[in-house]
Design a protein around this ligand. Structure first.
Ligand SMILES: Cc1cc2nc3c(=O)[nH]c(=O)nc-3n(C[C@H](O)[C@H](O)[C@H](O)COP(=O)(O)OP(=O)(O)OC[C@H]3O[C@@H](n4cnc5c(N)ncnc54)[C@H](O)[C@@H]3O)c2cc1C
Length: 617
């Protein structure tokens, strides 16, 4: 039977049913009662995205009802953690709305732990609250399911589609059903991208059969950037990759251990190394080392220096804090709610956390815009507090008209986490509804010829395989195509060795980056000859394409920023220090798909919230 083509028209198309996407669906319905709201998801919204496995904490909650924190405090915190560079308008906008979203989650059935003495939510840290979050995603997905007009699960979006008549306006997207191969053409008046950040752009420390055990979900394939970049949308801070300190081999989270249980990390000799490293860090980054809490990347840096000096393993002393049954339960549940693999590592390696410390290590880099770093699209800010440079119409609209984003998609505003990404989906949706109302008379126009060409492009890997497999005598190595796993491993090797992966201790330089770009160029050319032996591999092929484009963007931004602002995330060996005179700015890029040229720029940083971060005295 031939492949079917299906056309789906909507007012608002949401791509990705994760936290940003679910927030967008919920809020689109609130403001757009009669609008047709379509959500498309490559997996199933019920258990998709970074929160599929659950979480044990909501990392962004102000607690304004109890006067715990104010949004301005949060902006100062995020600004400090990112060494001065955040879009304060966007961070503020999330902080002022996040509490009411968390209250909704509780109303919808999410169990939030309470402090028995105060009756308030149990704080893990200043910004985090503890949850029983194994079912966090299904709870949030239910709200999206009840709000959207239609949800299309198992459709992988491969490309966004621009309007035929207005070159900088969005008109929809195309993709295919990963189960039956139907080709989908979505036409929409406004599009909100919530397709998540990227793992496996760098090789994970896990090898062989463990390859799927990464910190960030292996199914998060940087589509948020991979589909956005070809539209010419301006991107920002793509060099700001994240490296996490985590429990070794299982990537178990450390937040509850450090913040709630008050465990300490030392080197193998039992020494607290951070303070010893202070003078060296100060020489690199100046006063930023004095910010409290010490910026995340600098804590990574201190640990890395210690490991390089042969003073590892670094140990988290779990055995010193598990003195009650309740604390022991918190420790285990922290993993069982969100990173079950870490509990399995403990079992497999005979580690009883009451008896023995556990090793910590830094992860490979990831690209995302909602955790402690802020890669993503350059977006218009909120009307009431964004300065003129940051505003061109609708909140969270990218530089492409009618194209909005949320969560990992939007750059410049770190520390949104799960609740903040949902909030951003809501903010984007509110603005997108207004955009649709304002442009009622201008329905999207899709170029049929272009759609036909895209259809050929999308399914070409199946053709490449069908033709090329006849040349194989044995095994999987083919003379005329590469398969998606081979392409992925090549990408990871390039990024690791030339763009600051873990095997290079995150070090790179101009010559390394230029060589990396040459090799990425060759990989891009070879992608034309990728072969897929079925629909599953076809999905892997397009995921790889999104990763390659994201990787090139990361490499170009890293080359452009001639300083080392975030030691512990990456190092420019040829510019080893932070340079506020030249680089107190955001980096920007715009890709032209016709010429394949990248236009790099510096974008201004405006301070909106006065007052200083907390400083070490
Ligand atoms: C390992 C890890 C631990 C975290 N821990 C915490 C924590 O403890 N507390 C906390 O509050 N936050 C935590 N976060 C942050 C939180 O998970 C993210 O901020 C949030 O999920 C980002 O929302 P998003 O919508 O951008 O991406 P996601 O929630 O990942 O959603 C992206 C969605 O897009 C879909 N998709 C991707 N590509 C396509 C495509 N091409 N076509 C169609 N659909 C597509 C995906 O399947 C997915 O459903 C953690 C994140 C990670 C990665």
């Amino acid at each position: 039977m031939g492949r079917r083509t299906k056309f789906v028209d909507s007012d608002i198309l949401i791509i990705g049913g994760g936290f940003g996407g679910c927030g967008a669906a919920y809020e689109s319905r609130y403001w757009g009662r009669d609008l047709k709201i379509v959500l498309v998801e490559k997996a199933n919204v019920e258990r998709s995205g970074a929160v599929a496995q659950g979480l044990s904490a909501i990392n962004c909650y102000m607690g304004m009802q109890w006067g715990e924190n104010q949004p301005e405090d949060f902006v100062r915190y995020a600004r400090g953690d990112l060494m001065g560079l955040v879009r304060e308008d966007l961070v503020y906008d999330i902080a002022r709305h996040v509490d009411s979203t968390v209250h909704k989650f509780e109303e919808w059935g999410l169990p939030i732990l309470k402090n028995p003495e105060t009756g308030r939510y149990l704080r893990e840290g200043k910004w985090q609250i503890m949850i029983h979050g194994e079912s966090y995603k299904p709870i949030v997905a239910e709200a999206a399911r009840k709000s959207a007009s239609e949800i299309y699960n198992r459709i992988m979006v491969t490309h966004l589609v621009m309007d035929k008549a207005r070159p900088n306006r969005i008109a929809g997207a195309v993709g295919f059903n990963v189960r039956n191969g139907d080709f989908y053409v979505f036409r929409a008046k406004a599009v909100i991208v919530g397709a998540g950040g990227g793992s496996h752009i760098y090789p994970p420390r896990s090898r062989g059969e463990w390859m799927g055990r990464t910190w960030y979900a292996p199914w998060s394939t940087a589509s948020a950037y991979g589909i956005l970049i070809p539209t010419g949308a301006k991107m920002t801070q793509m060099e700001n990759k994240i490296v996490l300190t985590r429990f070794k081999d299982g990537y178990g989270p450390v937040g509850a251990w450090f913040l709630l249980l008050k465990a300490h990390a030392t080197n193998a000799a039992g020494e607290f190394y951070e303070k010893d490293r202070y003078p060296e860090i100060k020489a690199r980054v100046g006063h930023y080392v004095d910010i409290l809490p010490m910026p995340t990347c600098l804590r990574n840096h201190a640990m890395l220096e210690e490991i390089k000096a042969g003073k590892g393993p670094i140990y988290m002393h779990t055995q010193k804090v598990l003195d009650t049954k309740e604390k022991e339960e918190i420790g285990w549940e922290d993993f069982l709610d969100m990173t079950i693999g870490q509990a399995v590592v403990w079992a497999a390696q005979n580690i009883d956390p009451k008896e023995k410390p556990s090793e910590l290590i830094t992860s490979e880099p990831y690209i995302m815009g909602s955790h402690a770093t802020c890669s993503g699209a350059w977006a218009s800010g909120p009307e009431d507090c964004a300065p003129a440079d940051y505003q061109w119409g609708y909140n969270r609209m990218t530089t492409v008209e009618g194209l909005f984003g949320a969560g990992d998609t939007i750059g410049g505003s770190a520390h949104k986490f799960s609740a903040g990404s949902f909030v951003e989906g809501r903010l984007a949706a509110k603005a997108a509804v207004r955009y649709v109302m304002d442009h009622k008379a201008e329905p999207p126009q899709v170029d049929d010829e272009h759609i036909k060409r895209l259809q050929e492009v999308v399914f070409k890997p199946l053709e490449n395989y069908t033709v090329g497999r006849n040349e194989i005598v044995a095994g999987t190595v083919a003379p005329s195509y590469i398969n998606p796993l081979q392409g992925l491993q090549r990408l990871e090797k390039i990024m690791d060795e030339y763009v600051g992966g873990y095997s290079m201790f995150y070090v790179t330089s101009e010559p390394l980056l230029n060589r990396g770009l040459e090799l990425l160029q060759m990989l891009t050319e070879d992608f034309e000859n990728i072969g897929a032996d079925g629909l599953h591999q076809l999905q892997r092929a397009w995921e790889l394409q999104h990763r390659i484009l994201t990787a090139e963007s990361v490499t170009r931004h890293t080359l452009f920023r001639q300083e080392t602002r975030w030691p512990g995330y990456y190092y420019r060996a040829d510019h080893p220090k932070l340079d506020d005179n030249e680089w107190h700015c955001f980096t920007g890029s715009q890709y032209d798909p016709k010429t394949r040229e990248w236009n790099m720029s510096k974008l201004p940083v405006h301070r909106i919230v006065e007052g200083f971060e907390l400083l070490r005295t």
